[in-house]
Structures are given as C-alpha cells and as structure tokens.
Write a protein that binds this ligand. Sequence first.
Ligand code: ARG
Length: 424
Amino acid sequence: MAEKVILAYSGGLDTSVAIRWIKEKYGMDVITLTIDVGNSKDFEAARVKALKLGAIKAIVIDAKDMFVKYFIWPALQANALYEGQYPLATALSRPLMAKLLVDTALAEGATTVAHGCTGKGNDQVRFDVGVHALAPQLKVIAPAREWGMTREETIAYATKHHIPVPITKKSPYSIDDCLWGKSAECGILEDPWVEPPDDVWTWTKNADQAPDKPTYIEIGFEKGIPVTLNGKEMDGVSLIQKMNELAGLHGIGRIDHIENRLVGIKSRETYEAPAAVVLLQAHKALEAMTLAKDQLRFKEKTAIEIADIIYNGLWFSALNRDLSAYIQSSQRFVTGTVRVKLFKGSSMVVGRESPKSLYNLSLATYDKGDKFDASAAVGFIHLWGLPVATQAQIQLLGDKEDPMRLIDAAKPVTKGKKTKNGKK
Ligand code: ARG
C-alpha cells in the first residue's frame, strides 16, 4: 500500500501541480486539506478540483472560529505588530494550518505532510517548525521548494498533465488572505520607490473616495477581547468581518512595509488589515485606561517579543506559552468600551470607558471637586530632584568641559561683570 501524504491545498496552480508531482516523484497517495481561515475563495470548487486532479480524498475544514479564538485574539491582547507595522495575518494562520495538517495526518494514517511554500519565504519555516514540534515522526515535503521549476515551467507541466491553469487574468501580485488581513507582494511592488498602484488595494477604498461623513463605532471589550460592536453582541468571526468592511469602506488599514524576513531577505510587502488596525488601536486605548504605567511599559516590550515569535514560526515554543500566560493575566481588567471615529483613511479613538478605569476625575480635574493634594507636590519634587541638584552642585556647575555648558545656563545675564558661579 502506498504511503499517504496530507497536502495543504489552496486550489491554486502550485498546489494543484503538487498533487500530480508528489504522486510521480514520491509515489504517495495524496489527500488534500483545504483550510478556511476566512479567505475569499470557493472551498467547494477547490475540493472538487483536488479529486479531479487525482487526490484520493479531499477535505475542507472551516477553521475560522479556531483561528479567532486561539490565534487572533491572543495576538490582539498582546498588541502583536511585527516591526511596528504588520498585524501578522499570514503568520498567525500557518501554525493553525500546521496543527490541522498534523491532526489530519494522524487521523488518516499518513506518514507525511506537504505544503506549497517556496524556499524563500517565512511560511515554509512556520509550517515545518509547527509540524516538527507537534509530530516529529511525520515527514514534510515542500514540492515548490524542491522542484526548481520557474513559473513558465510549472505552467508547461500543468498543461502537459491537463491540470487547469487559471484562465482569468491572474493578479500580478502574490496574494495571501485571511480574516486578519491580506498581503500582496511581487510585480511592480518589488520597486520600493513605486507607490502601490490602485489595483493592489481590494479591501480598502482610496481615502479620497471614502464617505464624506465619518462613521462612529463602539467596540466593547471583555478581558481584552472584543465582544460587542455598537452595543450588539457578536461572535469573533462576524465582528472581524464587519470591522473589515466598515473600516475598509473608510480607506483604513493600508500598510506599505519593507520587512525583514526570517530568511535574511528584506522584502516590500503591502497589507490591508482594516479590522486589525482599528481593533489594535482600540485595544491599546482601553489598556491605557485600565493598566498602570509600569504594566503598559512592560507589555510594550513583550509585544515586540511576541510579534517576533509569531513571525519567526515559533508559535509552539515554550516561551510563547509562558508569555501568553502573562498576557492573559494582564487582561483581567481590560474590560470596557472604546469609541472610534472612522474617516477618510484614518481611525481615531475619541472615547473610552471602563468599570475598572484607573482614570480618576477627582485627581485629574482642574475644576472644582479636585481631590489632588497639591501641597504634597512640594515634598515630592524636593526628593525627586534631589539627585539632580546634588550632582549639579558637585560636578556640573563648575565644569568647563561640560558639553551642555550647564555653567553658562547658570550665569546671570549681566554685562561686563564676571560671575563666580561654580567656584564656591
Ligand atoms: N510577508 C508576510 C509574512 O511573512 C506575508 C506572507 C504571505 N505569504 C504568502 N504565501 N504569500 O507573514
């Protein structure tokens, strides 16, 4: 009996060719697995196509709920943003796909899993590391990394074996999408000086074509997770879809990024992530109100770590587990509502409220009702400034080599007379 392989199947040219190529090269029986993480594609058509191309079985899994619950929300709670720009859509979906490939391989008695990644990107790392972590006994094959065919040769191979080559005018870009965002690379985008042409953007309107009136939305969070939109309870998938639509309509969520791939390449990528951009902004605004200053600072550093972990394919690492326990703990009081204004390509937080707010009006106000004890400020400032004053007296005021010339700053502005400052 032939060995079985589970192939992560998108329905596109490369993975379609891979069905045939794996059979030919490895003599394995191919079972395809197509995973719905909120991509815009026809999953039933992909299933039928896989069977037609020789797969012995074609499985489709709707993984949207899992994706939101176990990957997107934890990333949002962490404020994970790679290099300050990329909300990590693709990077979050790959470990979930690796997990489902492994589950399916074990259920189907397969020895091997396969994916369509090339050897130049990050996705191969995320798949391979994920599978090796979860099931070290499984082999991984990556046809497009192994076969060394150019695009033309792949098309020729497809034509020879009656594999349909998409006749619709193919997008000049390499696209990947899921609930948390869409990425585009290649083509003219490879010139970093060229502004992304209009046809790159399919989820978001140009700001100049966005509505002339702003839309105000209210996002309700429960322990750092969005649970309501405009007061209405919503499941995560619907909430993200609705936010993509609303913010996209206002031209929000476009990102143009020169990013550092794990494999050492700098690449220019564009993203559309309307929901992610607005939800991250709103979540941070609620944290600003419910977390203390030191928690916010520490969490910011952790966000960078977690973004790197996700980007670099280390989702299943122990460090990610450890940090996620910290993140969960940090979110206990991040409950409340944030009001956001969407208008002409930008979103702005214009209101926030929380039952656990640390904002205290009687401390902050300059009006009546002020409870802040200003007389305590004098003693506080005396101690706060003590080390600065001490050091200035002993070292800085007399120092002619002080590059900041503190001595000059201390000189009275009287003409003619020399002062004896610093020479006490
Ligand atoms: N550069 C992004 C990342 O590494 C997007 C990758 C998109 N993947 C793809 N196969 N087109 O996460």
